[in-house]
Design a protein around this ligand. Structure first.
Ligand code: ZN
Ligand code: ZN
Length: 82
């Protein structure tokens, strides 16, 4: 992640306000905030996509870890199912 700021829109009870947070921090929705540049890089690195952090979802849609590496392996991945 980098030093870019990511804009989030937050409800404050009356309306909405914009909050800037560092790229790579956890956003209000619980997902990882990443800027456009990192998103582009991550999409190339993790073509399978992600739920919360880049690479946390394998091509079968199972949770397999986080941006720092896999925690466990999906059974289908282990068997070499594409
Ligand atoms: Zn970034
Ligand atoms: Zn898998």
């Amino acid at each position: 992640m980098c030093k870019n700021k990511v804009m989030q829109v937050v409800s404050n009870g009356y309306g909405y306000k914009e909050v800037q947070s560092r790229c790579g921090t956890t956003g209000i929705s619980g997902g990882l905030l990443i800027c456009g540049e990192c998103q582009e890089k991550a999409e190339r690195m993790y073509p399978q996509g992600w739920t919360y952090v880049p690479g946390d979802t394998c091509r079968h849609g199972n949770y397999v870890g986080d941006a720092y590496g896999p925690d466990y392996i999906c059974g289908q991945c282990e068997e070499g199912v594409l």
